[in-house]
Ligand binder design. Structure first.
Ligand SMILES: N[C@@H](CCC(=O)N[C@@H](CS)C(=O)NCC(=O)O)C(=O)O
Length: 207
């Protein structure tokens, strides 16, 4: 497999997941926020052929090209069932799994991305710094919901490490880096998983 990514962006999720498996892979760094004339840019025509939005991550496996980090995580997990990244669980556990994945991507991540877009990602003429207060308000609401769904154990779902832990820990780390308030219990959860050897190896890849 070949993964295109950039630093601690959403591509780190995919890199972390690959490192939790024994799948051989190649990592290719692309640059974001650079223009299309720059060869390694995510906006270069050659990259836009595999990811029409010029975003990361993109995963290639043979003829298959996958964009969207959740689809990539699921593909990696299904390609390496022995990793346990997708637990072999009951329908009820999977329903809780899907519930938490949706909360992370649709509620928790969005205010973080709103801040990122309006701080540096959007063209300057489209940035509205006044939206930062709204992002803080929405993130706090999402955290309250998370605290209802996540009981506070070692793992987000069930009794084993899964791709939900990768998604949640990375999103919480993103929140800390963007200076959102994250409750102590969730910081401890994130710090615990950030010590995993697979993440340390992924960090070494992007260093
Ligand atoms: N929903 C997509 C979002 C991908 C995304 O927005 N990636 C950011 C980096 S975290 C990016 O490539 N931004 C570049 C841009 O917006 O031009 C996913 O989860 O993969």
């Amino acid at each position: 497999m070949k993964l295109y990514g950039m630093g601690q962006s959403r591509s780190l999720r995919a890199l972390w997941a690959l490192e939790e498996t024994s799948i051989p892979y190649e990592y290719q760094e692309v640059t974001l926020l650079t223009d299309s004339t720059f060869k390694g840019s995510a906006k270069h025509p050659s990259y836009l052929e595999i990811n029409s939005q010029g975003k990361v991550p993109t995963l290639i496996d043979g003829d298959l090209i996958i964009t969207e980090s959740l689809a990539i995580l699921n593909y990696i997990a299904r390609s390496a069932p022995e990793s346990g990244l997708l637990p072999n669980a009951s329908m009820a556990v999977y329903a809780k799994h899907d519930e938490l994945v949706s909360l992370i991507l649709l509620e928790l991540e969005q205010p973080l991305w709103t801040k990122g877009k309006h701080q540096f990602a959007l063209p300057e003429a489209h940035r509205l710094p006044a939206i930062f207060d709204t992002a803080t308000f929405e993130f706090a609401k999402a955290i309250t919901c998370l605290e209802h769904l996540y009981a506070g154990g070692e793992f987000a779902i069930g009794n084993q490490f899964s791709l939900v832990d990768i998604l949640l820990a990375q999103t919480l780390n993103w929140a800390v880096r963007f200076e959102f308030h994250v409750p102590e219990k969730l910081i401890a959860y994130k710090d615990h998983h950030y010590q995993r050897p697979a993440l340390q190896r992924a960090m070494a890849v992007i260093a």
